[in-house]
Design a protein around this ligand. Structure first.
Ligand code: ADP
Length: 217
């Protein structure tokens, strides 16, 4: 599903990624761990098309990202990649349902189709009674589940998550982790998750341990 070949990236004089190779098969949950500053977020952003490498290539579902122009890349990102961040970034003036629909509208899907899919997802994520709530009326765990539904609405090839449970209490963190495993097991979803949670990382299919811009193990 994801092929990363010899990626390098520098910010000024600091080389943050020093030649990363990684192959992630469909339907697997990979966790990326390592100390702060190791390059985890930079790698995730490059795989997720949010940032370009200085050299090397990323291929997702057979599509070489560097070959896509700006416009095609934006459409590819919206269709094939779901992001979940530490903070949910929901739009405060819209309901949970409307927030989940947004990537589907950007993909020019009909209102009916988008809403059906968004409702199914919110149902699946245990948010049936929360669809018309705005983010401020939801708990932290609920908001993060809405963010997961939004990431899934276009049936993306892969979900990239950066410290998705970093801002949650223990119970909500465990619920979110269970949800990621459920997505893998029931939908064959590919997930790549940067985490500091060792317990969660141990349960994933593979742990990618980074240090100083390298994959250490
Ligand atoms: P991690 O996610 O493992 O903590 P990051 O990928 O966020 O590591 O950062 C790796 C290094 O790159 C850090 O030293 C960070 O300060 C630096 N860095 C990240 N993004 C930028 C940027 N946009 N400009 C300059 N330096 C950056």
């Amino acid at each position: 599903m994801i092929q990363v070949q010899n990626i390098t990236k520098s910010f000024g004089k600091l080389q943050v990624l020093k030649g990363i190779d990684l192959h992630i098969p469909q339907g697997k949950l990979y966790s990326i761990v390592g100390p702060s500053g190791a390059g985890k977020t930079t790698l995730l952003q490059i795989m997720g098309t949010l940032s370009n490498p200085d050299s090397g290539h990323v291929e997702i579902r057979g599509e070489k990202l560097s070959k896509l122009g700006e416009k095609k890349l934006a459409a590819f990102r919206n269709r094939e990649i779901g992001f979940v961040f530490q903070f949910h970034y929901l739009l405060p003036e819209f309901t949970a349902l409307e927030n989940v629909c947004i990537p589907a509208f950007i993909a020019k899907r009909s209102k009916k189709d988008a809403e059906e899919k968004a409702k199914d997802l919110l149902n699946f994520l245990g948010l049936k009674d929360r669809m018309t709530h705005k983010p401020a009326e939801l708990s932290g765990g609920e908001r993060q589940r809405v963010a997961v539904a939004r990431a899934l609405v276009n049936d993306p090839a892969v979900i990239f998550a950066d410290e998705p449970s970093g801002n949650l209490d223990t119970k909500n963190r465990e619920d979110l982790h269970d949800l990621f495993f459920k997505l893998r097991d029931e939908f064959n979803q590919t997930l790549v998750i940067v985490t500091h949670d060792e317990n969660f990382a141990r349960q994933s299919d593979k742990i990618v341990a980074m240090r100083d811009g390298w994959i250490e193990e």
